[in-house]
Every structure is written in C-alpha cells, then in structure tokens.
Design a protein around this ligand. Structure first.
Ligand code: URA
Length: 422
C-alpha cells in the first residue's frame, strides 16, 4: 500500500477500501505517511466526501490507533458533552462542574482552538498554574474526587486524531463532515464515556453553515455512537452570533465564572442548563436540578475543586490585555446582526488562536461584546472592545469586524433561533 494511491482513489471520487483506511491511519500515526500527504488526502475527503462505511472504518481506525479508557471503577454514571465548535462557546467550563454537582461523573477531554473557533484547553490555560496534560491515573483520580475533569486527551488516546486535528487546523480542511464526525467520536468512544450529548452548532460561526449540514453531522455522529454502544443525543444550536458577551481565552473564563456565580449572559446560562438536563437524562439521573446547583453555589464549589486539582488557582487574577481598541455604533437603532464568524476571525487575528500549529496563543486576546442582536444601541456607544498584547494586530482584526454587524431603524423586530433536539 502507498499514500499516493490512497490519495488518488479519493481525488478521483472513489471509495476507500477498509484496508486502505486502516493502512493510511496507522501509517500516518507512525509517521510513515507525511503531513503533506495526509493534508492532500484530507482535502480530497473534504471535496469528495465519504460514505457511511468509510466514515465508520475511519473512526474505528482512529480509535484503534491508541488505547481505550475504562471508567467502570467509578461509582457515578459518566456523561460527557462535545461541541462541534463555535465562537464564544465557553459552555464546557460551567457545564462540567455543574453536571458533577448534580451527581454525574464528567470526563471532559477537550481540544485547542481550531480555525476561527476557540478551544477549551486554551481558555483554561489562562488560569495561572492550570494543567491540561494529565496522566490517565491523574484524570481518573480528579474525576473520582471532584466528579469532573477537563483535560487534553493523553498521548495514548486516539493519537491519530491528535495529529490530524492539528494538521486540519492549518490546511483549510476542518469543515468536512466525515473528518469532524470521526475526530469527535473517536475521542469520545476511546475515552469510554457511557453517554454523550453533542452540541452541533449551526450558523456562520460554526463549521456547519446550514441546518441540513448540521443535521447530517448530528446523525452521522449519533450513528457512530450507537455502533459503539455509547448513548448519544444531539442538540442543534445557533451559532450565527457569538455565545455570551466574550470571545477569547481569559475573557471567556471570566464569563464562565460569572455563570457559576449565578449571573452571566442569559444565552450562556440557558444553553448550559439545556445541555446539563440532557446529560443528566442520558446518564439516568432523574432527580437533580441544575438550576438549583447554579444558584446554591454547589456548581461553583465543584469548579473550584476541579481547577485546584489540576494545579490552577481559582482565586488568581486572570491575565488582562496590554492594549484595547473600542468600536462604536455609527448610528442609533436595533442591533440585528452580529456575525459569529467575523468575530471569531477577529479574535483569532488578535492572538486568541493560532496561524501555525506550533504558535502560542495570547491568554488575554479577544473581543468583548457590549450589545447582542435584539438590543437597542445609541450612536457612539461602544459595541465591541478588541483586546490584544500586540497592537499591530488591530488593523487586521478590524478588517474582519467592519461588516460584522448591522444596526437597523429603531423598533425593527428581531427573533432568536431556537434550540432543536435531534
Ligand atoms: N471538534 C473536534 O474534536 N474535532 C473536529 O474536527 C471539530 C470539532
């Protein structure tokens, strides 16, 4: 077998055989297929797709590239959630401790920023001392003692995804349903969770721009979960506008702590509670009340214990940016559009994301939103504050936000998109 013939098969719209898929994933993981060859194959998959059998074999090969975890020693049922990625999507941060406070064990293996979307690990690393890399024993011990752990997948878990994820991020090959579905589900199945709630984002700021694509991604992942005995449900949620009022690493941690303290933006609270209810239901926990766990401080307690158990100081001040730039409303009226993709790109250009896979991210870079669609704004009021440590980035980031919003005549009606359960 050789990489060139596998690339040619997909380039020419053929079906990859099980043997080709098993070989290429294994050879890439071992370093026998080069990054540039895998990038070419990913691009051919993005352009020409894969059928259900190919996706299933590709996912199984990614699972088989590493070890599988086992949580059967835990006394609590396990429940996990995964978002397909969005802008300002900090939901994992309040959600994991909240669901733990309600009685489930949440083994949340998370990723880094991908394209214009932020990554949970990059966000949490803005907390002084916090460590994303835990050994399997450490992960199990935090999960057992706190009920929630958010960490990087260990080197042994789906190593093929680790390499592919970083490669796709910098080769324009993120937005392929087979690659997203296999990336997410290989990690979740190898991780060994009993149940999984998928938050499939749809809209400009998501990888899936249309409801049809989001449905296809959701049903592909639900099918892969069922094939491997993981109870999997999916919510389709709006990502045409950023979630909450922040996009960027430390900015999003701050907002998540506000939610855990009983405040925070209503869309973040609403989605956190909706996903918590689905996770508890999928884990078979019927009598818990997540809204109460937010209000009575038990979710905050779990957060503090989780951060401390991973070396972080929950009381340490979060980094703040050296430079800010404020974008003001040019007219009075109703904000009818604030585009999630544009805001995500601008946050990424300010330093919240990576241009090359080895790049560091700036903890304090990002964007604060001072109004959301549906809000009335007055001429001259701040709409956005851009944050960075490197002010030469402002011009490039401002290019991305110039057309990111619309202010319509006062009184214009505005409705938000509902959450859809698949
Ligand atoms: N999240 C993942 O883990 N992988 C993807 O490909 C996209 C989002």
């Amino acid at each position: 077998m050789d990489a060139i013939s596998v690339i040619r098969t997909k380039r020419d719209r053929g079906e990859l055989s099980d043997g080709q898929i098993d070989w290429v994933i294994d050879a890439y993981t071992r370093g026998d297929v080069a990054d540039y060859q895998m990038a070419a194959l990913n691009m051919a998959i993005l352009l020409n797709g894969m059928n259900r059998r190919e996706i299933s074999t590709w996912t199984a090969a990614m699972i088989a590239s590493g070890e599988r975890m086992d949580f059967s020693s835990l006394s609590r049922p396990t429940a996990d959630k995964h978002s397909t990625g969005g802008v300002g999507d900090k939901i994992t941060l309040p959600l994991a401790p909240l669901v733990a406070a309600c009685g489930a064990a949440v083994p949340q293996l998370s990723g880094r920023g991908l394209g214009h979307t932020g990554g949970t690990l990059d966000k949490l690393e803005s907390i002084p001392g916090w460590r994303a890399a835990l050994s399997n024993d450490e992960m199990l011990s935090v999960l057992d003692s706190v009920g929630a752990v958010i960490c990087a997948a260990g080197d042994g878990l789906a190593p093929a995804d680790k390499k592919l994820y970083a490669l796709r991020d910098v080769t324009g090959t993120v937005e392929a349903i087979p690659l997203i579905a296999s990336s997410i589900m290989s990690k979740k199945i190898a991780e060994g969770t009993g149940s999984l709630v998928l938050d499939v984002k749809v809209g400009t700021g998501a990888f899936m721009k249309t409801i049809e694509d989001a449905r296809e991604l959701a049903s592909t992942m639900v099918g892969l979960g069922a094939d491997h005995g993981v109870r999997t449900v999916a919510l389709l949620t709006d990502m045409s506008t950023p979630l909450g009022l922040t996009a960027g690493n430390a900015l999003e941690v701050r907002e998540s702590v506000e939610v855990l303290a009983g405040g925070g933006p209503s869309d973040v609270v609403e989605l956190t509670l909706a996903l918590a209810r689905e996770m508890l239901d999928a884990a078979g926990i019927k009598d818990a009340d997540p809204a109460k766990a937010l209000a009575d401080g038990s979710a905050m307690d779990a957060w503090r214990r989780m951060i401390t158990a991973q070396g972080g100081d929950p009381d340490a001040p979060l980094p703040t940016s050296r430079e800010q730039h404020v974008v003001k409303a040019a007219a009075s009226g109703v904000l009818t559009r604030l585009d999630a993709y544009d805001i995500g790109v601008a946050a990424w250009r300010l330093g919240a994301g990576r241009a090359r896979k080895e790049d560091p991210v700036q903890a304090a870079a990002g964007i604060e939103l001072h109004a959301k669609p549906g809000d009335t704004v007055t001429e001259g009021q701040p709409l956005l504050t851009l944050h960075t440590d490197t002010p030469e980035r402002f011009a490039y980031a401002l290019e991305a936000v110039t057309d990111s919003y619309e202010v319509a005549a006062p009184g214009t009606a505005f409705t938000t998109a509902p959450v859809v359960r698949e």
